[in-house]
Structure formats: C-alpha cells, structure tokens
Design a protein around this ligand. Structure first.
Ligand SMILES: Nc1ncnc2c1ncn2[C@@H]1O[C@H](COP(=O)(O)OP(=O)(O)OP(=O)(O)O)[C@@H](O)[C@H]1O
Ligand SMILES: O=P(O)(O)OC[C@H]1O[C@H](OP(=O)(O)OP(=O)(O)O)[C@H](O)[C@@H]1O
Ligand SMILES: O=C(O)c1cccnc1
Length: 490
C-alpha cells in the first residue's frame, strides 16, 4: 500500500527526536564520533524467571540497506525543521554500524544487553526506536508463549490470536514469536506462508449457525475436508454437539480423518470429562478434545488441576496482546562514546532509583555453565576486554548485595552476544525458524527448574565482573563529584 508513496520505507519509523539530535551532532561535526549503545530491559515480564529473546530476524531485515528514500527526505523537508545541508547528508547516509545480539530464542534476563550497536553516533541514534519497537513486542510474546508452553507439557498448543491482536503486524510477528516460545501451529494462514509455521484450525460457530443444526453443519464440513475437528458448543455440547460429531464420524468412517472436537464455552473441566466419556463410549478414544476461550497459563494450569480432559489448547487474546503485561519496557542506553581526543570513554545514566542506574562500558554477557551437569550457574556481565574463559575460577557476586557470592570452577563460559553486522555488513547466517525454536527449548532446558516455574521463580543470578562493577562505582562517584561542583543551586 505504502500510503501512496511507492518508495515508502521504514527509515522514518522513528521518533522525531532521533533525527533532531542527529541534526545537532551533524551541525557540531560530531555525528561520526563512535558510540556504543545497548538494549536491555530492567524487569522480567509477567514476574517470570526469564525472557525469550525474539525479534532479531526483523531487526536484520530492517537494518539491511536502511536509507532515506526520496519521499522520506521530501517529508522531512516539508516539516521545515531541517536544513538543506543536513538533508543532503541524510540522502547519502547508510547504516554502517556493527551490531551484536543474542541469538533469537535465547533465554535472557534483566539488565543484560540483548543487542549492542557500535558505530557512529548518527547510526546508533537513528535506529533506536525501531529496534526497541521490534524487540520489546516480540520478546514479550515469545516469553508469554514459553510460560504457556510450560504449563501444557506436551499437549498441542495452537495460536489463535490474530483477530484480537493489536493490528496486523502484531498478529504476524506475534505469531512468529509465539512459535519460537513453544507454540506448535497457528491459525494465521499468512504466517504459515511467510514463515513456514504449521497452520491449523477448526471452524467457527457461524458454520453451525449457517446450517442451523450441528449435524448438518458437520456433515457438510466433513464432505469437503479431511482432518476435521468439530466445534461442538454452539447449541448444546453434550446433547447435540458431541452426538452429532460422533454420528458424522461414524457415517463418514475412513473418508474423513476425525481428529476430535473443540469446546469454547462453559465449565471446561466438567464438560471435557463428559465429552471424553462420550467419545470413548462411541469408539473414538483417539479423538482429541480441543479447548479455547480466553485461555492463558493460569486458567490452563487450573484446568489441569481439575483433571480436565483437554488435549489441545487454542490460545488467542491473552497471548497475542500480552494481556497481563502489555509492555516489556526494554530501553536503549549509551554506554560509551568517543571523546574529542578520539578516546572511547564510558558513560552512565544516574537515577535516584538504584535499579535505573545504567552499567557503563561496552559489555559482553557470558553464560556460565557448570561442566558437571551443564546447568547455568548464572550470567556474568564483563567489560568487552575481559574473557572469563581464561579464568580457572570465577568469582560471581550479586551486583547490589555483594555478600551474596560464589566461586565457580570447572565451568564453561559462553559468549551470548554474537556478531550480526560488522561495519554495516551482515555477517550472521539467520537460522531457520524451526532451528530457532529448537534452540530456545534447549536454552530454557539449561536452566534449573527453580528459574523456570511460572509462579514465584527464583532470581537467576546476573552478576557483574569485578571490573564492570568497579567501573560503574567509579563512574557514579565521578559524576556525583562533577554534579556537586557544577551545582547551580549552590
Ligand atoms: N473449570 C474451569 N476452571 C477455571 N476456569 C474455567 C473453567 N472453565 C472455563 N473457564 C474459563 O472461565 C472463563 C469463562 O468465560 P466466559 O464467562 O466468557 O465463558 P462462557 O460464558 O462459558 O462462554 P462464552 O464465551 O460463550 O461467554 C474463560 O476464561 C474460560 O477459559
Ligand atoms: O479466546 P481466545 O483465546 O482469544 O481464542 C480465540 C477465540 O476466537 C474465537 O472466538 P470468536 O468468538 O471470535 O469466534 P467464534 O464465533 O468462532 O467463536 C474462538 O472461538 C476463540 O474463543
Ligand atoms: O481454528 C480455530 O478453531 C480458531 C481460529 C481462530 C480463532 N479461534 C479459533
């Protein structure tokens, strides 16, 4: 569509303040100073013990070949905010920064870089908004999906959210994120086409309403489809819906593959048990019971506690909208910048709220696993020039409560941030989606159960190296001293 702009691009999918700042830097001649920014979130969503990082593929797609098109520049000019010389600079601008990121599907934690952008101040600033937009949403949905997967065990899990999603992009990319987080299939046909996700589905109440009769509707449907699941709750699940489904399944025999029935209302624990009895008694012990209706991990867990006889769960609204926590809150913070002498200096953002004080310096996240059992001991955030693989013993301590500490020996340290772009060139082979999903399950599996449970999980250790910690303390003191000196209220 392009809203009548044949060359519409995502370049202006940003906040005006980014371009405004870049105009300042350009005017001052500092736009090419090197800077490092990192994306991280401060709190895990849904009070979960981990997050599933998602969005990298779209980030790559967005960054590749990013530039201002003619209509982008025309629009910027029409605002009257930017000088012709600056617009001429934007016309030739290309993204040439380096980007490092966690693999898609990786389990990640609060206060650790998910993505790192290192390049000119202009490059790093211009891409902030889109990067956050992508990663905030997709990571949130992948995490919600993983929570739901964790309560259903090996049951089937279908994504049904498109109709309730916050518009079309959210439906498509949310479906992809849900798949990474553990869903098996989706009802969204375009997501099937674009991403190769298995599509799946039953039928709506309107089919039954059209025929005004369960039996007629199921019969007509069965005559035109194989692998059928009948929605049995339009009029009366136990007296009409299920008996009609059974009748059609018996009549059609081998001509259809009767997969089962879906229930979408009522007391699903009670009804599913009665439906199971009816299907079994009719000789369909393998027919599955599908359930949907405002499900989420809490309701599903509760239904399982009630021994509901449900085999396949269809989840829409509460997954795709991240209903109980609609924002992840990931931020993009500058951690280092080149000074006028060409030297990189670390930067910090202070706050009265200790949680909001950023950790200065370009960093790597190291996942520390104990060799004896392959389980994660915690993440170790170190300055870029450090390499814990050279250490025989690693001192890990809580960044706020230093007395909580341990020394780890016989460990493997895996660097989490990978090179994605080097000086604007894509150097990363994007894995197939199914490989991302498998990687995610593996990454989750490396966590102790205590961090994985849905309710009140233990805090996974995210520690700073001694150098990263000392650097942070040093900078806090330095900035405090500077503010005291400068205090204009004095
Ligand atoms: N046994 C159960 N235990 C806990 N929650 C249940 C149980 N059975 C159903 N639920 C959930 O309770 C909620 C009931 O919602 P709602 O009142 O909208 O359903 P309904 O009236 O049965 O159906 P309809 O969608 O036709 O209004 C849903 O979120 C459903 O998933
Ligand atoms: O409840 P969710 O988790 O969002 O799952 C998707 C819902 O969408 C459909 O209902 P809808 O009332 O839109 O259509 P229908 O007439 O087919 O039931 C379906 O029956 C589910 O209830
Ligand atoms: O196929 C289904 O059963 C389905 C699809 C979307 C929403 N609700 C149900």
């Amino acid at each position: 569509m392009g809203f009548n702009y044949p060359d519409d691009s995502l370049m202006l999918h940003t906040d005006a303040y980014q371009i405004n700042m870049v105009q300042t830097y350009w005017q001052e001649g500092i736009h090419n100073r090197k800077a490092v920014f990192e994306v991280f979130f401060r709190n895990l969503p849904f009070e979960n013990g981990y997050a599933v990082f998602a969005g990298l593929e779209r980030v790559v797609d967005y960054l590749q070949g990013l530039h201002f098109t003619a209509s982008d520049l025309e629009y910027l000019q029409s605002t009257g905010w930017y000088s012709d010389e600056f617009l001429a600079y934007l016309k030739d601008w290309k993204f040439t920064a380096s980007v490092r990121a966690a693999r898609e599907g990786e389990v990640m934690f609060a206060n650790e870089p998910l993505i790192q952008v290192e390049g000119s101040l202009a490059d790093a600033q211009l891409v902030e908004t889109a990067l956050l937009n992508i990663v905030n949403y997709q990571t949130l949905i992948a995490t919600k999906a993983a929570r739901i997967r964790s309560v259903v065990g090996n049951d089937g899990l279908l994504e049904f959210g498109t109709r309730r999603a916050q518009e079309m992009d959210a439906a498509i990319w949310g479906t992809r994120a849900a798949y990474i987080g553990g869903f098996d299939a989706t009802s969204n046909v375009r997501a099937g086409k674009l991403f190769g996700i298995q599509i799946s589905g039953t039928h709506a109440h309107s089919l039954v309403q059209t025929y005004r009769n369960d039996y007629e509707a199921f019969k007509a449907y069965a005559e035109t489809h194989k692998d059928v699941v009948f929605l049995v709750d339009t009029y009366d699940t136990l007296r009409s819906g299920v008996p009609s489904a059974i009748k059609v399944a018996k009549e059609m025999g081998d001509k259809i593959n009767f997969l089962g029935v879906r229930i979408d209302s009522g007391d699903m624990a009670y009804i599913s048990k009665r439906v199971r009895e009816q299907l079994d008694a009719a000789g369909f012990p393998d027919a599955k019971i599908y359930a949907s209706n405002d499900l989420d991990e809490k309701t599903i867990m509760n239904l399982k506690m009630q021994h509901a006889k449900i085999d396949v769960w269809g989840v829409g609204t509460k997954l795709i909208t991240a209903y109980d926590q609609p924002a992840l809150g990931a931020v993009y913070k500058m951690v280092s910048i080149e000074n006028s002498k060409g030297v990189m200096v670390d930067t910090i953002k202070l706050s009265n709220n200790a949680e909001k004080v950023s950790t200065p310096g370009k960093k790597q996240v190291w996942r520390i696993t104990r060799n004896s059992d392959g389980k994660s001991q915690g993440d170790y955030i170190a300055l870029w020039n450090e390499d814990p693989r050279n250490e025989a013993s690693l001192h890990m301590f809580h960044p706020n409560y230093n007395y909580i500490s341990k020394d780890v020996v016989d460990f493997t340290a895996q660097p989490i941030l990978q090179d994605i772009f080097v000086n604007g060139e894509l150097v990363y082979d994007l894995p197939a989606l199914v490989a991302i999903k498998q990687y995610s399950a593996m990454s989750l599996d490396s966590l102790w159960e205590e961090y994985r449970r849905d309710l009140n999980p233990q805090d996974y250790p995210v520690d700073l190296s001694q150098n990263a910690y000392d650097n942070k303390m040093h900078m806090i003191n330095e900035v405090r001293g500077y503010v005291n000196e400068l205090d204009l209220n004095k």
